[in-house]
Design a protein around this ligand. Structure first.
Ligand code: G3P
Length: 220
């Protein structure tokens, strides 16, 4: 499984990249707004992220009509070779994805909450499909189960090799574990979750005792 960071925060991205485990970044309008982002600086911000990350960086379109999405996507895609265009799962989004795929522009189809949506995204030519786990849990559904169904359904068809599943809206280490066991290709996680992934109380306790014993060795 590859790890993407789900953030538009430059410091978080730099920190995660320095750990050597970062394979990509996903952003969305909410994440950019959270950084105090302004429309005028949007492309420059994405360009900076693309420079830091050695892997795909998703930047989202906000248009609602096919041609508008395609135009926005072309502009976003010109920012950097590793820029992937995030397009919402909706009829106009599918139509735009079909056009963009024919232009060789990679699409991450986002806001995916069902097997049919994921199959349609793959059929339209999306390079990535992003089932939202946590937000499905938020409405008292089972986001992990939905993710598993999507991975399994895509595996029934040839396009499984052409589309990667990004487990998105990840809220915990447990979500990541379950996504990996289900065979999701990628987990995109907030920085707080990434930090939790590397931590375990037994690791901390073990390290503490090793260091304490080493002090004894040094003083013997
Ligand atoms: O970036 C898409 C997705 O990961 C959003 O997650 O936490 O806002 O539901 P969240």
């Amino acid at each position: 499984m590859k790890f993407f960071l789900d953030t538009a925060n430059i410091a978080e991205i730099e920190e995660a990249a320095s750990w050597g485990v970062l394979s990509g970044v996903t952003t969305n309008p909410t994440l950019y707004a959270r950084e105090g982002g302004k429309l005028a600086g949007f492309h420059a911000h994405l360009k900076r992220i693309c420079e830091i990350v050695d892997g795909p960086v998703s930047g989202e379109t906000v248009g609602l009509a096919r041609d508008e999405i395609v135009r926005e996507a072309q502009e976003l895609s010109a920012i950097a070779p590793n820029l992937v265009v995030k397009v919402p799962t909706m009829p106009e989004g599918l139509a735009a994805t079909k056009v963009l795929a024919s232009m060789g522009i990679s699409v991450n189809m986002t806001l995916c909450f069902s097997v049919p949506q994921a199959l349609l995204a793959a059929r339209a030519g999306a390079r990535y499909v992003s089932p939202f786990v946590g937000r499905f849990d938020d409405i008292s559904e089972d986001g992990v189960d939905q993710l598993g169904q999507i991975v399994a359904a895509l595996a029934n068809y040839d396009f499984r090799h052409e589309v990667e599943v990004i487990a998105a809206s990840i809220r915990s280490a447990s979500h990541v574990t379950k996504a990996a066991l289900l065979g999701a290709d990628i987990a995109t996680v907030p920085f707080a979750v990434l930090k939790n992934l590397v931590k375990h109380p037994l690791t901390d306790r073990g390290l503490e005792s090793f260091l304490a014993d080493w002090e004894k060795v040094k003083n013997a």
